[in-house]
Design a protein around this ligand. Sequence first.
Ligand SMILES: [Zn+2]
Length: 318
Amino acid sequence: MTTLPTQPVSRRRFLVASGLVSAAVCLRPGRLFAEAEGPVPSFRAAAAAAKITVQPVRGKVSMVVGSGGNIGVLTGRDGKLLIDAGITGSRPGITAALASLGAEPVRHLVNTHWHFDHTDGNEWLHAVGAEITAHENTRKHLSEATRVEGWKHTFPPSPAGALPTTVFAQEHTLALNGEKIALKYYTPAHTDTDIAVRFTNTDILQTGDTWWNGHYPFIDQSTGGSIDGMIRATEVNLSKVGPDTLIIPGHGPVGKRNDLVEFRDMLVAVRAKVAVLKQQGRTLAEVVAARPTAAHDAKWGGFVVDGSTFASLVYADV
Ligand SMILES: [Zn+2]
């Protein structure tokens, strides 16, 4: 278990990014959220208030955006397949978004990893008919109380109806709606539950939170994540994509291979800078003060993880 002395996910940044509250209120975030709560309540509030939108990706695959992590949707005669479940508070918006894609019921759900902004909707989606497929560690973490130190939050065990109905250790394949969907475990990266989802016929990769397109990633060291695991997973993602592959990230817009290359280069550069400073004997506070992410903050620091937070996450691992 890693204890971080700083608040890894900035509530204020999240609120600004989500447009949930005015800038004036953001100047006094402590009046809205007690420090002990961590950012999870504000994530839930943002999802409940968010406008849920649908974007076509390619063929029968679309992306539902606005409820925590991105949700991939494959439509067709076998019923809808969802990749990730969003946050429960946005169920009405997700329901309307799915209805706009056709009348088929939701029959299948895959969780890219165990985090609540990708699995919170499991229970209601299972109740309306979805079988749930995930890595075996996702079921393990959802089955018991699990602490995310970086969010200062302990998640209680999930209800039985939210648990994955099919789990696997390394690989699993689904054949639905004329599409072959290949699921593959990354080894620990953002967590110890991350899987890649490849729509092989339409050349789409959904990466879960191994990729945040245009944002510094959160890394959950409490359940096995690390900067080195993130870099390894990014290399795996690069090995799976060609110039025409469309890539659905955990957070941020659909991207392509060159976007993923920029993300890999940023991860490697920040890791190297933080490692040098730590090897010189600098404390965490000194490393953060040295701003090892300065060259990258304008591009990557505008969402829930700012440069200081990301430097702190990396420091813990190198
Ligand atoms: Zn996550």
